[in-house]
Design a protein around this ligand. Structure first.
Ligand SMILES: Cc1cc2nc3c(=O)[nH]c(=O)nc-3n(C[C@H](O)[C@H](O)[C@H](O)COP(=O)(O)OP(=O)(O)OC[C@H]3O[C@@H](n4cnc5c(N)ncnc54)[C@H](O)[C@@H]3O)c2cc1C
Length: 395
């Protein structure tokens, strides 16, 4: 029996495995994809993500090739208001937001996990997890093979089989929505990322390495029938033509560099993030929406918190339990979750969002604070301070 089986070899799973293996734990990662392939996932990350990566051993030589500095997030509303959220840094890789090359980044993380001693098994899909008894059992590949482990880490993203097996999956937050994402050639050389809202949806555009931009489109309920009838490529093309008139087109079509990857529903919620023999990291532990961009940051921080808790439990240190992880996650992200839900409440009401956007555009100090909160640079509680809310919302 192994110490830890990690289901999913994305950022959260690979980093959890790396951190545990480097502490001498016996770790196996089971990743269903045989090789890395572009999938529905995000690339834009706040400076806090880069700081978090540095703190677990990734330096300039690692990050330079996989991350492109982004100066600011430019928000452009359907009503024509524009403002820039900055993160208080100089714009260098040390202190700026970044756009990641996810293929290269995910492979770097897996390579580090392997180098630390983790056993990475690609092309192995986990179908079911049995958590009863003295240890957990994972059934893989539909052929009856099993892996047994003292602890299971669910790092298997939005449709987590580990969360489902633990019975903690809840209805996706914010209702039925879908997302599409792909890369285009970077013809603009814009150093800002952009967030452009339109009725019942938005487009995020982030510069990434390799002279490319990543486009992520989030669509609310009113788009879903059209998506079903016309397909993701046609809808992506229609939206790009509407909001990105300069985007690369070819013979009337979008010149997508990889493929239009989609996901629906977009969010994921769980009742708990840990039990006796299992815990959930990254998106598997809950994901609201890319608008406030904390997916990558949370994947990294949750991996750190999970690895520390699992190590304590496996070492049998007095009273340590995996459920400590739940407390650690709540204390780290509870307030930011409230802010993210507040932003979503505004986004869902175009008139209110436009009102707040105009005030953010006109009020520099308020805008600065908002950028620092969204970028995880100052405590999220700053955005819930009544003085901040009054400064934001007062006519
Ligand atoms: C459209 C979209 C846009 C986004 N934009 C942003 C953004 O701008 N900024 C940001 O920070 N975050 C964004 N995110 C979120 C970001 O992609 C995630 O937070 C990040 O990828 C989390 O990593 P993860 O390791 O938890 O999950 P994932 O990256 O999803 O990795 C999960 C892994 O588990 C594997 N897996 C799944 N099921 C099984 C199974 N049964 N057996 C074995 N393996 C399995 C998958 O193949 C995958 O490799 C976005 C997400 C989406 C969908």
């Amino acid at each position: 029996m192994i110490d830890v089986a990690v289901v999913g070899g994305g950022p959260a799973g690979a980093l959890t495995a790396m951190l545990l293996a480097s502490r001498g734990r016996d770790v196996v990662v089971l990743e269903r994809a045989p090789t890395w392939r572009w999938r529905a996932c995000g690339v834009f990350a706040s400076p806090a993500s880069v700081t978090a990566l540095r703190s677990i051993g990734f330096g300039d030589a690692d990050l330079g090739p996989v991350a492109r500095p982004v100066s600011a997030m430019r928000v452009e509303t359907a009503g024509g208001t524009t403002f820039r959220l900055t993160y208080g840094g100089s714009g260098s890789l040390d202190d700026s937001a970044v756009g990641f090359d996810r293929g290269a980044l995910d492979e770097l993380f897996l390579e580090r996990a392997r180098a630390a001693g983790a056993d990475i098994r690609m092309g192995v899909k986990v179908d079911r997890v049995d958590m009863g008894g003295d240890h957990a059992r994972l059934s893989t590949g539909g052929n009856g093979s099993e892996v047994t482990a003292r602890v299971i880490v669910g790092a298997d993203g939005l449709r987590s089989v580990v969360a489902r097996s633990a019975g903690v999956t809840r209805r996706a937050p914010l209702g039925p929505r879908a997302a599409l994402t792909f890369h285009l050639a970077d013809t603009e050389r814009d150093r800002d990322a952009r967030m452009i809202t339109f009725p019942d949806g938005y487009v995020g555009i982030a510069p990434v390495p390799g002279d490319r931009v990543n486009v992520g489109i989030v669509l609310g309920r009113s788009w879903l029938a059209r998506l079903r009838h016309e397909g993701g490529v046609a809808v992506a093309q229609a939206i790009c033509a509407r909001v990105l008139p300069g985007a690369p087109f070819e013979r009337g079509g979008l010149k997508v560099l990889d493929r239009v990857a989609g996901v629906t529903p977009l969010g994921h919620a769980v009742a708990r993030r840990a039990g006796n023999r299992w815990l959930l990291v990254g998106d598997a532990s809950g994901f609201l929406d890319p608008f406030t961009g904390e997916g990558m940051h949370r994947a990294i921080v949750s991996a750190e918190l999970a690895a520390a808790t699992i190590d304590e439990v496996l070492a049998g240190r007095g009273g340590s339990r995996l459920t400590e992880y739940e407390r650690a996650m709540r204390s780290r992200f509870g307030t930011k979750d409230v802010v993210s839900r507040l932003v979503q409440a505004f986004l869902a009401r175009p008139g209110l969002f436009e009102y707040a956007a105009r005030r953010l555009a006109a009020r520099e100090r308020v805008r600065e604070t908002m950028g620092l909160v969204i970028g995880d640079i100052v405590p999220a509680a700053r955005a819930l301070d009544p003085r901040f809310l009054a400064a934001l919302l007062a006519p």
